[in-house]
Ligand binder design. Sequence first.
Ligand code: M6R
Length: 603
Amino acid sequence: MCGIIGYTGYSQARDILIKGLKALEYRGYDSAGIAVYNPNYKEVLVTKCSGRVENLDTKTKEVRGVAGIGHTRWATHGEVSDANSHPHKFGDVTLVHNGIIENYAAIANQIGVAGKLKSQTDSEVVAALIDKYYNGSNPKEAIIEAVKDITGTYALGIMFDDKPNTIYAVRNVSPIVCCSNEDGTYIASDIQAIGEYSKKYFVLPEFSVAEINAERINVVDFHGNKIEPKILTLDWDIKNNGKCQYPFYMEKEIMEQPLVIGKTIESRIKDNLPTFVYDAVNDNIFTDCDNITVIACGTAMHAGLIGKHLIEKFCQVPVTVNMASEYMYAQPIINKKTLVICVSQSGETIDTLEALKYAKSKGAMTLSIVNVRGSAIAGESDNVIYTNAGPEIAVASTKAYTTQVAVFYLITAAMAYLRNAMNKAQAAKFIEQLRKIPDAVDDVLKRRKDIHRLSKGLLTAEHTFMIGRGIDYPTLLEASLKLKEISYIHSEAFASGELKHGTIALITDSTPVIALLTQEHLVRKQMSNIREVQSRGARTITFVRKSLINEDIKCDFALPDISDDFMPIPSVTAMQLLAYYVSSDKGLDVDKPRNLAKVVTVE
Ligand code: M6R
């Protein structure tokens, strides 16, 4: 969703802003714009348009100036149009915004600008409000006055016509990161856009304002008290940022999985036992809880479903998995013995963040599994385990998902061991199995041509069903989401036994049905479910764990042979590839599927 970039320094701001906007494209957007202080006109000049950053790049070739702000917009208030694109200028104030201003209409009425604004956005009202408080002397004071009136979530980048080379950044929930080097200072919605300028950066603390010029960054809270943000170190290689030899980021990210899963696991094993000491996770949360609530959205929620299976099986602790958007409206049962585990790649998903805050307010212990360091969800949680997936650019989540699942294996082993549900030898054996996953994934990747060939059978499909039992079912929920979001084929995943209770009516001649079979104790039942759909004409594509293949079952793709509970990651890798090949062979924009945003910062 919306992305912010800002720069002040000694180089041409336009080039840096456009480059930053291109790096923010993956978040999802429909229009873009920049504002740069022009010393000849002695004011901040805005150029913006709907459509791709490419258009903006062409339009701004002549823009000169060494300080500016830029924005990619994902429409929420007002249609996609040039006027609604950011930056917005009102009086002396030029501003870009990520988030939602809930009381914008009331503010507009209060300050007498209703009906007089150039756009339909909530954001322009904030520019007008700050301008109202600005008396030409202290921008920071004007901003602090303005935020007292605003209800909602926001990250803002602001410039004032009479403060030529100074930019201001404001944060309430929506993130802003900042870094600097000898060439100047940079702000952005995420480190992806500015990480190449410095490995050291900080996340602007919540409820604070930064005043930034080429030499100096001064951060104060909303009461004007100085604060020192915590400096973080970028832990991924920014040189590896492009698509490398791959046509799409999604393929690159699928291929990276053995490496990043290995990193996520290995950094948390000591003497063959799981450890979260480097994450500074308090072991008590694993022993003091008597129930667990996983909260997440989309793919991250599917990781939670695998976690539920593992934790309930090995730790005997009840786990519920909740869609973050529904959580607090569903009268959840939370008490001091509840461990809430939030899962999020971006760490910005507002539904998950709000649910986390709600659970905390009710006294739950909290742990988050997050990929992006310093993100809002990480900041809000008492304990954080970072996945080591590195930047995930494709909207369809792949390596973030498999590293989240890898963390659930580690949590399961740690919790079971700490609660005496596993002895040392059993925990070590579990870890030994876990360590086999990267090679199993690699085995699937090496045979991706076979999956590509199978994917041809889905190219013309309008609907497909996926069936599996036990832990294969959540894997298929994820597989089905992958196929839907990037290939636009309608797909539904079913626990195989449930199909006959209604949905089997939709199986007709040649309906593609993808069947997954990796669980030894479920072979007989899954085989009869496969036959049920075949005898109604379904065209099945079967993915079967090697050692379970027998003469009664036609196997289209043999999955590597690791033990039952560890199959979800290699299985989902095959499914990710299946979805990927369908989408790329259909000529679709695999990395940026229609209507979707990578980072979902609206409820
Ligand atoms: O950043 P998060 O993990 O919190 O995002 C949650 C979902 O929006 C995300 O997983 C979404 O479902 C992906 N597009 C799926 O590929």
